[in-house]
Design a protein around this ligand. Structure first.
Ligand code: SAM
Length: 233
């Protein structure tokens, strides 16, 4: 996706990219290409692929929720910042926590945040199931792309949401994972309220945003240890 295609596809999502947004993304892309050579942060390496599969794809989250508000957002397994850091660039009022268990990726994110002078953006180098209790029932929105199967992600994210908060899983095809999530969603007092399906422009691969609402406070025993979570699914 060229930069011109990026701008026109965003307009179709009702997103107007400002000069500052585009400047920030360009710098982010340059840093990603540079650091990727040393640290192998992402398999997506060319400028056109970065604009389509990282930047544009991250911004499709806006099709499930209005981010023009003072929201607290958690990105679980953010990697090199997708979708969380791209969303922060476009929606500066968001308070964002970028969580990843990989130290190299967190160091890269710290560099980008400093370089772009982004406020209210915190990186945490931990596994989601070990996130501090201070963040229980804290976030309005949690999201995650390309990290784990939906039943596992539900348990890693929902305990950290406020009641009425949303977990929005960014998936390719999601039918099978949705079927396998019904039991854990019941245990976590949450339900799927919407599934938005669409294709990525240009290469047409399938995407879905699975939107899950938390209905009640989460029982203290969740999230369990990762071994237990995976064994029970
Ligand atoms: N979300 C990014 C994207 O879409 O480009 C990164 C995806 S990458 C395939 C998966 C990332 O999830 C890795 O950076 C890994 O370190 C992180 N990860 C996996 N399990 C995790 C967990 N339980 N808690 C925090 N991070 C995790």
């Amino acid at each position: 996706m060229t930069k011109e295609e990026f701008i026109s596809e965003l307009a179709k999502l009702n997103i107007k990219a400002t000069e500052q947004n585009l400047k920030d993304l360009d710098r982010y892309k340059d840093l990603l290409i540079e650091y990727n050579k040393k640290f192998n942060l992402t398999a997506i390496k060319t400028e056109e692929e970065i604009y389509l599969k990282h930047f544009y794809d991250s911004l499709t989250l806006t099709q499930a929720v209005d981010l023009n508000q003072n929201l607290k957002l958690l990105d679980i397994g953010t990697g090199a910042g997708f979708p969380g850091l791209v969303l922060k660039i476009f929606y500066p009022d968001l308070e964002i926590i970028l969580l990843d268990s990989n130290h190299k990726k967190i160091m890269f994110l710290e560099t980008v945040i400093k370089e772009l002078n982004l406020k209210k953006t915190t990186c945490i180098n931990l596994r989601a199931e070990n996130l501090s209790k201070e963040y229980r029932e804290y976030f309005d929105i949690a999201t995650s792309r390309a990290v784990s199967a939906l039943p596992v992600l539900c348990e890693l994210s929902i305990p950290y949401l406020k009641v009425d908060g949303l977990f929005i899983a960014m998936k390719g095809d999601s039918e099978e994972e949705i079927k396998k999530s019904s039991k854990i969603l019941e245990q976590l007092d949450s339900k799927i309220i919407d599934v938005k399906r669409f294709n990525l422009p240009i290469e047409s691969s399938n995407r879905s945003l699975v939107v899950i609402k938390k209905l009640k406070k989460t029982k203290e025993k969740y999230p369990r240890s990762y071994d237990k979570i995976v064994k029970s699914k």
